[in-house]
Ligand binder design. Sequence first.
Ligand code: FAD
Length: 448
Amino acid sequence: MREPPAVQRPVVIAGAGWAGLSAAVELSAHGVPVSLLESARQPGGRARSVQAGGLRIDNGQHLLVGACRSLLSLLERIQVDPRKALLRLPLTLRLLEPDGPGLYLRTPRWPSPLHLTGALAAARGLTPGERVRALRFGRKLSSLDIQRTDDISVLSLLQRETQPAAVIRKVWEPLCIAALNTFPEAASARIFVRVLQETFSGPRRHSDLLIPRQGLSALLPGPCVDYLKRHGARLETGQRVTGLSIQHGCIQGVSVRGRAIAASQVILATPHVISRRLVSRHADLQGLSTQLAGLDDAPVTTLYFQYTPQTSLPVPVLGLLNGLSQWVFDRAPCGQPGLMAVVISARGPHERWSQETLTAQVAAELAGQFPDWPAHRGSLLIREKRATFCSRVGIDTLRPTSRTPVDGLWLAGDYTATGLPATLEGAVRSGLESAQAVLACLRRDDGY
Ligand SMILES: Cc1cc2nc3c(=O)[nH]c(=O)nc-3n(C[C@H](O)[C@H](O)[C@H](O)COP(=O)(O)OP(=O)(O)OC[C@H]3O[C@@H](n4cnc5c(N)ncnc54)[C@H](O)[C@@H]3O)c2cc1C
């Protein structure tokens, strides 16, 4: 084990979302003092639990896949057993449509990548010809390489690869919207291919679906805070970083509503909009500010419906085609029987609908698909307008790395150049990367 680098002042991390928390844990694990400043009253950022209508729910239903290697390692480090904390299911796509066969696809327990071949070859709801075309694309996936500057839309890629309309609509489009929060017409093929490669090219378990059994806060932010306390790190909530102090191209610290906090290493783990606001006031960071101005956001809407405890889905997660509702999660395996979470990703006219109209529309779609269900007893709508950055064509040319032109100032967050869409895994990886860059810097300064 290496000696921890000698550090006088704590590394300041602004933002205790999953990126900031993962950076803080990594630094603390290496004996580096950390001061984590979070503007909200609780850590977790865009992936946190909230108390509403007598229920402990998440600010949006989240889904992970087995390829989230950095996130799974972080859980182990903070002593959360992923086998207990996450419900693991072999990849199953069951999509219903009001007047059609829908889709049923399930990866068999075969070694990778045969499991994908097996799933596509046996998919129900596609004709034999459609299955063959889907298989061809599936086989080609691992060798596809789209450069940052040659990015095209997911739809263009699928058409170039002669994917039939039914395969696009039933297989690739739902996956694209779920993973990139962007429609295939606008979504980056480069990012989509990266997601598919990470999910399907590794061992079979990488394509498993992972659903948090407890709330998101109990999965990672809570145990991270416990870990940080045990390692002497300082977490202050309700502390909004309002400015950066920079002199001669080096970071000097941050300010929190007029209070100056000196630091020679600062990780900005705030959302891109806030990071941009903070860097835009400094001449050294104008290029970065312009780059960040090119990022825009997409919403995710979640509706929770409480039914009688006996009400259930045939599988824990189910897709709906041709309607507003995209995915329905049965919360029963997570200890909340009768609670359904309906997810609507990406932009759409529903953003302008009133709560009553939106709730009535989704409730009607559920009633149409599940006529045996009783009327729901209560519902809750959560609109996250800035859920994720928009993974549109060419976006990777704008995503900054963790390094900034200012010495000692680093960036972390799902929007940085991870190659992934806005995901928990992307956030955790970026946090780790920024912490590792700080560690390398501290060791170098230390002559270590
Ligand atoms: C509804 C919804 C559904 C989603 N579904 C999925 C999914 O199924 N799977 C998946 O992998 N991902 C999903 N995501 C995306 C995922 O939640 C995000 O990518 C991830 O949480 C981003 O983490 P982050 O740390 O980069 O940013 P954030 O979570 O935004 O963290 C930034 C933190 O900085 C704090 N902050 C802001 N300003 C300041 C300031 N001035 N000073 C100090 N602190 C500040 C914020 O309060 C926040 O805590 C979803 C997101 C939403 C909202």
